[in-house]
Structures are given as structure tokens and as C-alpha cells.
Design a binder for this molecule. Structure first.
Ligand SMILES: Cc1cc2nc3c(=O)[nH]c(=O)nc-3n(C[C@H](O)[C@H](O)[C@H](O)COP(=O)(O)O)c2cc1C
Length: 251
């Protein structure tokens, strides 16, 4: 998919939680599998595996409406692996939305034991998908998000950061903060108290990968090249209440 389509989709995508109770065609599933093979990692050395499973192979303690299909995401457990998964699978979230298919990140349910046994990697998260039984898209005014001044102290970067501001995150927690300048942006994640951390810490690292992916799409839209690095200064100087994730060089 072209960067332009990803960019436009960012401004209308939403989580879809209600699905038509019928599987997608085999042809559609094959297209999704083929796109899954083309996902760009943030950290290419981390091994990942995606499996498409049916709603019957998903278990949840909280009763939830099932989707006809889920992507079960597995990864090697290495430094940065959750952010890598957020970065990779947000490409899938945008691809599905751009192609008329509803989807939703699903942190709570888990695949069945039988599915878990089929991978030697660690299970990370599910993404539900299927034909939507509700609106697939929303208008920009319908996004419920913090303002740009809540997520950055940088000036003159509104256009670049708007697609990042409206990125999805677990429980809409929007844990991100960005500092730096138009050549180098440092990305930080909110520190949590013990109780919140039990629920959200893992997901928030995925959220950061999602936001960094939106930042790369936005930078490319503005005809800039992007490189994601670990920067010593950025790492040593987090804003109060945040910890360091990565930095983005924008040229
Ligand atoms: C890592 C992650 C985990 C999520 N887990 C769930 C979940 O278990 N159940 C659910 O209904 N939504 C889940 N969501 C969706 C968020 O609630 C949703 O993205 C957020 O409220 C923003 O809404 P939007 O996606 O419609 O823009 C998750 C999102 C992310 C990024």
C-alpha cells in the first residue's frame, strides 16, 4: 500500500468492535496474509510470527462480541519487542481499514491453548478483524484525544504530529510525549504507578510503536526520510514522569 493511503486512513480509522457474523472470502484472507508478509519491522533482528485464527480459537475472561477472524501475534522476547509489534501491526490496522475491513487491537482475550502451542515464540496480542457491522470510519471531529500541547513542547510541528496525536492506544491512554526539533524527535512513554502498570505497562510499549509508525507515515507524507535510532542525549534526559523509547531522525 502507498504511503498516501496510509496517511489518509490515519484521519478516519477507528476501532471496530461489531462484525458481520460471516468469514471473509478465501481470496481476501490470502490478500491479508500476503500483506502480513510485507510488514516493515522497527527492529529487524527480532523474530516475529503472525497467525490468522478464527473467533472459535479465542478465549476471553470478559464476555466480548467475537470477530470472525483474529491475527495472533507472536514475538521473540527481546529489548524493544513490544514497540516493534506496535510499529508492525499498526501497518495492518491501517491496511484493513483502508480496504473496507474493520479491525481492533485486542489486549484482553487470548488464543486457545492449542493455538499457543503452535508457536515457539511468546504470544503478544490479538487483532480482531472482519466485515464491519458498524461505521468503518469516523470524521476527524469524532476522535477523542489529548491536545498537541499535552503531548509535546515542540513548536511549529503541528502538521507533522497531528497523525501521531490521533493514533490508537490501549484504553485510549495516549502515553506518549515528544521533544526535540524538526531534525530529531525523542519519543517517551508515561511512567505508571504500580497498579496501573500491572494492566497497562506492556500495552503502552505497543502504543509507542503505533505512534512511531504514524510519525514515519507523517514524515514521509511531508517528503522527509526517517531513521529510528537510540540517542544517548534523548535517553539521558526524559521529561519528568516519562521514560525513553527511541528517537526519530527526520531529514
Ligand atoms: C495495545 C492495545 C490494546 C487494546 N486492547 C483492547 C481490548 O482489549 N478491547 C477493546 O475493545 N479495545 C482495545 N483496544 C482499542 C483501544 O481501546 C482504542 O484504540 C482506543 O480507545 C482509541 O479508539 P480508536 O481506536 O477507535 O481510535 C486496544 C488498543 C491497543 C493499541
Amino acid at each position: 500500500m502507498e504511503n498516501r493511503e496510509f496517511y489518509n486512513t490515519i484521519f478516519k480509522r477507528k476501532s471496530v468492535r461489531s462484525y458481520v457474523n460471516e468469514p471473509l472470502s478465501g481470496e481476501k484472507i490470502d490478500e491479508i496474509k500476503s500483506f502480513a508478509r510485507s510488514l516493515k519491522p522497527l527492529y529487524p533482528d527480532i523474530q516475529t510470527e503472525l497467525k490468522i485464527i478464527s473467533g472459535e480459537d479465542v478465549k476471553s475472561l470478559i464476555p466480548q462480541k467475537k470477530a470472525p477472524h483474529y491475527i495472533a501475534v507472536f514475538s521473540e522476547n527481546q529489548e524493544g519487542y513490544l514497540t516493534n509489534i506496535g510499529f508492525m501491526l499498526q501497518q495492518m490496522d491501517l491496511y484493513l481499514s483502508a480496504n473496507g475491513i474493520g479491525s481492533c487491537w485486542q489486549g484482553i482475550p487470548k488464543p486457545s491453548k492449542e493455538v499457543l502451542k503452535t508457536s515457539r515464540l511468546e504470544f503478544v496480542i490479538l487483532i480482531a478483524f472482519g466485515n464491519p457491522k458498524e461505521e468503518l470510519h469516523r470524521r476527524i471531529s469524532q476522535f477523542k484525544r489529548n491536545s498537541l500541547t499535552d503531548i509535546t513542547d515542540m513548536e511549529g510541528m503541528d502538521e507533522l504530529l497531528e497523525p501521531v496525536r490521533i493514533a490508537p492506544s490501549a484504553t485510549n491512554s495516549q502515553p506518549w510525549y515528544f521533544t526535540g526539533n524538526n531534525g530529531l524527535i525523542h519519543c517517551y512513554c508515561k511512567k505508571l504507578n504500580f497498579l496501573k502498570a500491572k494492566l497497562l505497562a506492556k500495552w503502552n510499549k505497543i502504543d509507542m510503536g503505533i505512534a512511531i509508525y504514524h510519525l514515519t507515515v507523517s514524515a514521509r507524507h511531508h517528503k522527509k526520510s526517517v531513521e529510528i535510532i537510540q540517542d544517548q542525549d534523548g535517553e539521558a534526559n526524559p521529561p519528568k514522569g516519562y521514560y525513553y523509547i527511541a528517537s526519530v531522525i527526520i531529514n
